[in-house]
Design a protein around this ligand. Sequence first.
Ligand SMILES: *Cc1c(COP(=O)(O)O)cnc(C)c1O
Length: 468
Amino acid sequence: MFHSTRGNKKVSASEAILNGLAEDGGLYVIDELPKIDYHTLIHETYQGMAAKILWAFFPEFALEDIQKEVNEAYKSFDTKDVVKIKECDDAYFLELFHGPTLAFKDLALVLLPRLMKLAKEKLHIRDTITILTATSGDTGGAALNGFRDVEGVSIVVLYPNGGVSEIQEAQMCSFRGKNAKVLAIKGNFDDCQNFVKSFLNKHKELKLSSANSINIGRLVPQIVYYYYSYIYLVKVKKIQDGEYIDFDVPTGNFGNIFAGYLAKEMGLPIRNLICASNKNAVLTDFFHTGLYDKNRMFYKTNSPSMDILISSNLERFLYYLSPNGEDINKYMELLKTKGEYVFPYKPDFIYAYSTDERTTLNIIKEIYRQYGYLIDPHTAVAYSAYSEYRKEKKDSCKTVIVSTASPYKFAQTVCEAFGKHFDVGEAIQYLKELGFSLPDVNYPPIQRESVDLEEAEEYVTEVIKCFM
Ligand SMILES: *Cc1c(COP(=O)(O)O)cnc(C)c1O
């Protein structure tokens, strides 16, 4: 069973997946975190590991049903193992961008609609459910794609006007589906996310759910690649059986890195987690001082999927770090009213760093020069944190750098790293000439629609009513 970070009321896995957000505004967490010894997964394929891990969280579904959905879901990936690992000295880049929209959110968003389908069957729900989702760029495309063929589910995607890359916008706005709506909100990502949270709470009559990483069904599939990459490194004898390793994660909403934390708590030999941020360093400061302070400048950076000041999944992390009975409500209320709170319990396994845009570009160039390997700006932010971490720790613990997007998706920024100021078309051409085989994306955006934040509620309500 599951309960909220802000209360004790229990719900089943199906309800947690379909509700998205708990009634009291909190996030769902599992009553008892399962332990999984990685040895029990060592002979599994990626898909096999995924099914077993999902089943440990959602045992009310049949393992065979989960396995079937997992197998189907990952067919759209361009590698049969779902992810790839690239070695560069002591660092291993875990490529999570082999799905249909070229960013890591595909890993969970091809599965979430299928979990929702199982949950609807379990609860005998026949009404159409509308997925309301805020995106900093990558969730939107991945969610539209994931929900494409799912019956009884419609989807509304909200993104910050002018706050996503051209290719991200093209992926979303060129999407055609009769139960899909894509809308730019005149605000930043935090505005979009806050809008979604309050809309979900306010409009219970509309049969809503969320595909954001606040949904527990998003989080669990992300645990899988932590297990997979650890087991991979054991199998290719890069690490000893049982050796501790570090993971380095470029972080925005704290979803991806939180899945790493769950893997650690479930028994995977993870030593430290490196939390990498861009110039929006709210998490870096938080882990250094204990003060979470969102009252600060919001920067639009060249790693836009991490341009976030309110990291939603941090709430789950605080919940786990707090001793029994600690009231998460108090912190979240302070965040809402004052924009800040002080959290007194500091985890000793998190190392946090932030990086500016210039360094991000330099790293893209440097990694290409040194290894002939092209990385995207989010991964470069992670690499920067890794370099600083190595200087600080002075040891050679193996580190997996979680690579969250294909360089192609941020082609213009990548070209800028090489001193080329191109438009999107030229940038893509340039990368092709560098020898990268690139998948096709519809370009340019065909139709875009934007709305003021104040008008969004009325507008979105209308859209959803049309779907029902
Ligand atoms: C969403 C995203 C992130 C941040 O992930 P969180 O789970 O929100 O911390 C990092 N990189 C890319 C490319 C993303 O799309």
